[in-house]
Design a protein around this ligand. Structure first.
Ligand SMILES: Nc1ncnc2c1ncn2[C@@H]1O[C@H](COP(=O)(O)OP(=O)(O)OP(=O)(O)O)[C@@H](O)[C@H]1O
Ligand SMILES: [Mg+2]
Length: 409
């Protein structure tokens, strides 16, 4: 079986991006240039494997070429000049080297801009497609509809307000983050990945300013998806009566209101996620016009999950069917199943390639290792069963009942 190198390329690109990011932050244009060039080359290589996104990857490669040339000329690149695509690509784009300096500017303006820059660092990559997500048809449809009606124009002037604020709730590891990423990807939007907990701990006392900055950044980069993870932290922290959190909740509510009435050229969508929806109070809940339960995967979705994490990645299974695997894993989350697959793949690789230590001892350098191929065998029933035994589902029947009773009746 031919081994698809795209996963490897993907990892290499990620590694190079991290180095590029670091170099840009330190102002080391030499290293940054080298990494930009390498990323362009890797992207062109990756494009060969990607039927659907090949063209986009090549375009992106060109942007890295340009960045390379700029860096090679020794230019420091201020954030505003880094192409939009690249900014979005870099997970945490700390490419804020040159800050614009206005004469005699006020402290407040300066502070505002600092938060604007911080907010841009929350831009993350979202390269998930709907097909990467098993089940959850209702959630997918709701998000797709929201995107469609936010952009397409009605044939005659009717007043329509597609929902723009979604709350995804349900047990951990069932696809909330994936859904937000897929929605963002479909919209070709800028994806803001915001952990409320991190905002609270990182910007103590200033968290409301940071929250406001996140919304401003989303408008600036529209179309955008703002993903607020662990929103229940807001409620929990409020109960503890911590001053900064109260301010943060207020700003959050105000921004969500302002956002609703704002006329936007390009759509901005807010998706919040929580594992503990019962902690949220009416003030927060009522702001989300669409609340979607993201349950544990049912039989069909579990079967699909195994296929996504094995078959679609080029692996074969032996001695067991996908139906049997789905039957065996009732109560498991998507993350549990993904972990079972990863574990089983490792077991298979260990069995098929028992001599890697000897091989590693023999090779002199990495370039030699790059030429070595390793075996990929079908994954056996035993490997899958052993992997499944290791992973214990975290969500109990009681939890499931608690979720499904919520917001009903
Ligand atoms: N429906 C699904 N389809 C495909 N993979 C899934 C699905 N649900 C979970 N996974 C796998 O589990 C991982 C975790 O999923 P995700 O981050 O979307 O969960 P989550 O609901 O956001 O969890 P948490 O509440 O813990 O943040 C994914 O990266 C993926 O590998
Ligand atoms: Mg998540």
């Amino acid at each position: 079986m031919a081994v698809d190198a795209s996963a490897f390329l993907h990892d290499e690109i990620k590694r190079s991006k991290k180095k590029l990011e670091k170099a840009l932050k330190q102002g080391d244009t030499f290293i940054a240039a080298r990494q930009a060039k390498r990323i362009a080359e890797l992207l062109r290589e990756l494009a060969k494997y990607r039927k659907w996104s090949g063209k986009e990857l090549l375009e992106l490669a060109k942007e890295y070429d340009e960045l390379y040339l700029k860096l090679k000329r020794g230019e420091l690149v201020p954030v505003s000049q880094v192409p939009e695509e690249i900014r979005r690509e870099l997970r945490k784009p700390k490419i804020v080297i040159a800050k614009p300096k206005g004469a005699g500017e006020g402290e407040l303006a300066k502070l505002t801009r600092e938060f604007d820059i911080e907010a841009e660092k929350l831009i993350a990559k979202a390269d998930i497609t709907w097909d990467d997500i098993a089940g959850l048809e209702e959630a997918k449809r709701a998000l797709i509809e929201a995107i469609f009606y936010a952009i397409a124009k009605p044939e005659k002037p009717v007043k329509i307000e597609p929902p723009r604020r979604f709350l995804l709730y349900g047990p951990p590891g069932c696809g909330k983050t994936l859904l937000a990423m897929a929605a963002s990807n479909m919209l070709k939007a800028t994806f803001f990945n915001v952990s409320i907990d991190k905002i609270l701990s990182r910007y103590v006392g200033d968290s409301p300013k940071m929250m406001a900055a996140v919304f401003r950044a989303a408008y600036r980069h529209a179309p955008s998806v703002i993903f607020f993870d662990e929103v229940e932290t807001l409620a929990v922290k409020r109960d503890l009566g911590r001053e900064p959190a109260i301010g943060l909740v207020q700003t959050f509510l105000t921004e969500l209101d302002g956002f609703k009435s704002k006329k936007l050229e390009k759509p901005v969508i807010v998706i919040a996620a929580t594992n503990k929806p019962w902690l949220l109070d009416e003030a927060i809940l009522s702001r989300f016009e669409k609340r979607i339960y993201i349950p544990l995967p049912d039989f069909k979705a579990r079967k699909e999950l195994f296929k996504i994490h094995l078959e679609k990645k080029g692996f074969e299974i032996q001695g067991i069917t996908y139906d049997e695997l789905a039957k065996l894993t009732e109560g498991y989350s998507g993350r549990d199943i993904a972990n079972i697959c990863k574990e089983a793949i490792m077991k298979m690789l260990r069995r098929a390639n028992p001599k890697i230590t000897e091989i590693l001892n023999k090779v002199k350098d990495l370039s030699e290792l790059e030429k070595i191929t390793y075996k990929v065998a079908p994954i056996t029933k035993q490997e899958l069963l052993e992997a499944a035994k290791k992973v214990k589902p975290a969500t109990t029947k009681q939890d499931v009942e608690k979720y499904s009773k919520l917001f009903k009746g």
